[in-house]
Structure formats: C-alpha cells, structure tokens
Design a binder for this molecule. Sequence first.
Ligand SMILES: O=P(O)(O)O[C@@H]1C[C@H](O)[C@@H](CO)O1
Ligand code: HPA
Length: 407
Amino acid sequence: MTGYNSNGDVATSNGNHNNSNSNGTNGNSNGHSKPVEYTAQELHTKQLPKVGNFKMCSRDCCSKQGGANNKAGNSCLDKKGGGGHKEELVVPTPQSLLDNNNRIQCSLSPEEVRALRVLNEDTYPYEVIQEIADFIVKRAGIRPKIGIICGSGLGSLADIIQDAKVFEYEKIPNFPVSTVEGHAGKLVVGTLEGANVMAMQGRFHFYEGYPLAKCSMPVRVMKLCGVEYLFATNAAGGINPKFNVGDIMLMHDHVNMLGFAGNSPLQGPNDPRFGPRFPALVNSYNRDLINKAIEIGKTMGIESNIHVGVYSCLGGPTYETIAELKALRMMGVDAVGMSTVHEVITARHCDMKVFAFSLITNKCPIEYSDKKDEEANHEEVMAVAKNRQKACCELVSRLICEIQKGS
Ligand SMILES: O=P(O)(O)O[C@@H]1C[C@H](O)[C@@H](CO)O1
Ligand code: HPA
C-alpha cells in the first residue's frame, strides 16, 4: 500500500521501516536524510516517534519561497550532493515546498503528491475513491446495487448478507479506521434477498476526529462500486414524546445542525463527476421507499412502533443538554443522533436514492430532573439496538426484496 512518512515522502508497506542505505546511514543524495517510513494506516493508528527526532527545515535554502539565493525556485530538497548539510531527519515546512509562483516545488512525483493530499486534506480525490472502489469490486467479484450503513449496535444488518466477502477497513487502501464500540470496522459485500449489497459494519463519526468529507467518503466509494440505493441506519434519542424505546423512525427529513455551524461534507472544491456545486436537498428521502417500509411494518405487526419523522445530527460525542433538546424539539426534530446527515448529503449529491431510519434507543428528557436513569449512555444504546436487531434486519431485508421485485 502507498503511504506517507512524516517527511512528506511516500512510503510503501513493505513492513521494513529501516531505511538505512548501503553506507549504513539514513542519508540521501539531496542532503536531507531519508526518513523512517510509515504507511497511511500506521500514521492513523500507531504511536509515531517523538517530534524531537525530526527538525522542521529552517535552512536558508528552504526558508523563503524557492529558497534564498535560489532564483530558479528550487528548494534544498532538490539539490544534488547534499550541499554539506549535516545528516538529520528533516520535515520540510509547507513554505519550503513552494516556488516563487507559489506552486509546489519538490521532488515528489505527481502520484506521490496526490497520495500526500489524501492523507492531509479533508477531501479524497475522485481517482483515489475510484481506486478504493476498484479494489473492493475486484475482490468481491460483484457490483453492489444497495449500500447499507449499520448504526451503533446494528452491525447484525451485515451478518445476514449471504456469500459474504468481508474487508477489514484496515486492509482497504486509504480507508479510515473505526474507533467506536459497536462499530466493527468491516465492509461486507454479498447478496441479500437476491440483490448485490455492500454494508458498512461501522461508520465514521465527526467526533472521532474525522472531517465530515472523510466520514462520508465511503458513500462515494459505494457510488463508484455501482450502488444506487443507500440504506443508512442509526441509533438515536427520541425527542418526540410519542416515541418509545425500541421504536423505529423512518427519516423523511433532517435538520443539519453541523451545516448551521458552517460544516459540510461537500465543503471545498466540487468535483462535478460526483455531482453539482449546489445540490438541492428537498425530497432527499425517497418517498416510495418510506411508503413501502410503512407497509412492511404493518405486515410485521409493528405498525405502532413505526413513525415517520425528522432527524438531526449534532457533533457529539456529548449527549445533548436539556436546553439543546428543547431547542431541537422547537425546531421540529423528532430524533437526535451523531451521524447520517452528512452521509445522506453525500449520497444525494451523487444522486443515490436514500432510505434511512433511526432506532430509538433512549427517550430524551426535555424537563430538568435529578433522575440518573434519564441520562443517555452508550451501553444502553447498544443494548437496545441488540434487542431490536431482529426487527431491523427484517425491515431491511423485506425492503430490499421489494426493490428487487420492482427491478
Ligand atoms: O452511528 P450511530 O449514529 O448509530 O451512533 C449513535 C451516535 C453515537 O455514535 C452513539 C452514541 O451512543 O450512537
Ligand atoms: O440521545 C442521543 N443523542 C445523540 N445521539 C444518540 N445516539 C443514541 N442516542 C442518542
């Protein structure tokens, strides 16, 4: 796998992090030491050496754009012969990589620069997402039509997939890793009710430290794998007083609180290969699928536990205060969680049909009280999800069956 080391160079996962050359030194010909190599995954997950092992490049040749006395715009990274610099690990400053025209001037190939962007930037270039999709489709041997995102404790939605090929996130190039309990970190590709599906057993949340575009990047991977329908599920707190623990709320709209705060998965340059700069979000939740799910709920005998409502995502990881819950209720929100909205935005941007539901795992208090049992907690969220997984699996399977009948 291609990765990146802390010197901004591209590394490969050859498992060998000792880059000594034949002289037994770490030096290279341009005078900067060849650094220890890390894969992108390792940079995410492993303890890196102390910062003290590295130096920012503050030499004259790097300290100005293109380097002082360097009209050609070359930084010392490009100089041959070492220039007499002492061998040491050097991290180039961003400034030192710019030439007089503010263009990146370094010895990285375009491929390496692009790889560097994947790690450092919030957005994934189209080509990288295509590579991830190709990796999955090639190994799975099928093109999925339906993508499922399993909410907290709802990983069993992926366990019912037949002829499953399982990809651990850690083994998918350039894929983030799951860090939350109840999110296994696996991508499962196979069939369900005769349809080719792929399911994320574990999603990425903003509070884990991932920017929104990274949280919902897998939705774009799904798109390039061939997915037409996104099924997004979540665990949520019920704000609507009519909702009970264990109920299912079919999402027909959302309030994008992170968007109110100026944050969007579509922030940054728009790539029209995914969708338009200014996508409309009315009718984001497919009406036909909602109606079918209501009918399925009736045949399952759980119609009184099925609602249609508005979901809102806050950044988390804190559960909401009473004042926040009151405010959300006044805004017309029925259930609150920490996910899904940015996934739906990304899916609608690339014109996928969306079906989403919240499993109500706790009732949100909207009056002040000392009662400890009214405080939300993740153990309860997961326990309720586990209890209701059979109903959720049945709802999803039957809806997929309906989609298959119509195709
Ligand atoms: O991934 P979802 O939205 O289902 O998870 C919810 C929100 C938090 O991640 C967690 C809180 O208990 O559950
Ligand atoms: O009450 C909640 N608030 C936010 N996220 C949640 N996820 C499950 N329950 C909740």
